[in-house]
Ligand binder design. Structure first.
Ligand code: NAD
Length: 310
């Protein structure tokens, strides 16, 4: 079966593709608006929201599409029009291509805990809590989840949404996510470079390792459709940690020199967006559906160090 990964050139897309290849998948097509190469994988460069890329790729038989292409949190807050165009436009293009296809394709949508907000900001959420996002990014993802539910109900796709925690530690350059500091505060000091944390030390985040999250995205495709029922969105396991706890782990793995490279420089706009996200995730349903969890925060950072030192 062909596997298509939109946003396949991005951080999680690459890890997901690696994991799929390790599982023996050899017909993988990555779509990305940015020119890129991925070993062992066909890459189609184009804009999912505007270019007719999918119809041709979907014509030979049922496929699994991992839909990761997205404008992310701070980027969406900074440019509403672009976020609506890309995130909703991309989802509509994808669903239309599936609806007009002769086959029923499986679609796994990369959603986010930022679909929560409003009265649940800073509180506990789970798969049965109402979504009232506080930002444009979360709003586009919440709409995407509902469209996935409806397209599945109509029989156009077999859809699922994986609600991801904030993923650490992102290697390379940061993207436009407001949560980017949660990776930067490990990545930069561990490489001997200064890093800035724009939120307070008491800020709590729900975190997952890149490796575990990519595995969970892959496993969401394998969940028996009947077990998901009407609401196709599943919370991917994540662990809660305060910024201060994250700094303690940095010191444990990188020593006091690494810790001393982190500067707290408060930025109200970033803090407001991050504080609007949940502080705790009840991930019981995800675990029951077979999604693994990271053992602890330290293991997430060690997994990153192992990856970059390979
Ligand atoms: N990384 C996280 O912490 C996190 C947390 C929650 C949810 N998510 C979601 O997971 C997905 C992947 O995240 P990531 O961290 O790998 O992001 P990323 O920015 O590294 O990758 C996204 C990729 O999508 C591509 N893209 C964007 N718009 C496109 C379009 N219109 N057509 C084709 N390609 C397009 C970008 O070029 C980029 O390579 C996103 O949907 C994101 O919202 C990520």
């Amino acid at each position: 079966m062909r596997i298509i990964v939109t946003g396949g050139g991005g951080f999680l897309g690459r890890l997901l593709i690696e994991g799929l290849q390790e599982e023996g998948e050899d017909d993988i097509v990555a779509i990305d608006v940015v020119e890129t190469t991925i070993p062992g994988c066909q890459v189609v460069q184009g804009d999912l929201a505007h270019d007719q890329i999918l119809p041709d790729l979907l014509k030979d038989g049922p496929c699994t599409i991992f839909h990761l292409a997205s404008v992310v949190s701070a980027g969406a807050e900074a440019d509403w029009e672009h976020a609506i165009d890309q995130n909703l436009g991309g989802m509509l293009q994808l669903l239309e291509a599936c609806r007009h296809s002769a086959h029923v394709h499986k679609v796994v949508f990369a959603s986010t805990l930022a679909v929560f907000g409003g009265a649940t900001a800073g509180g506990e959420v789970g798969d049965f809590i109402k979504q009232t996002p506080s930002g444009t990014y979360g709003t586009t993802k919440a709409v995407g989840e509902l469209l996935i539910n409806d397209a599945t109900r109509k029989g156009h796709i077999d859809g699922r949404s994986a609600r991801l925690p904030t993923v650490i530690v992102r290697p390379g350059a940061p993207n436009a996510a407001a949560s980017g500091f949660a990776s930067g505060m490990f990545r930069e000091p561990l490489a001997g470079v200064q890093s800035v944390v724009p939120v307070s030390e008491e800020t709590i985040m729900v975190l997952g390792s890149a490796q575990n999250t990519a595995t969970c995205i892959r496993l969401v495709a394998e969940i028996d459709s009947d077990r998901l029922g009407h609401d196709r969105a599943v919370g991917v396991p994540g662990l809660s940690a305060t910024v201060s706890e994250m700094l303690e782990v940095l010191e444990k793995v990188g020593g006091p020199e690494a810790r001393s490279l982190v500067k707290l420089d408060y930025d109200a706009a970033t803090d407001e967006l991050v504080q609007s996200w949940p502080a705790t995730l009840d991930d019981a349903r995800g675990r029951e559906l077979g999604l693994p969890a990271d053992p602890n925060l330290e293991s997430m950072v060690l997994a990153y160090m192992k990856m970059v030192n390979q």
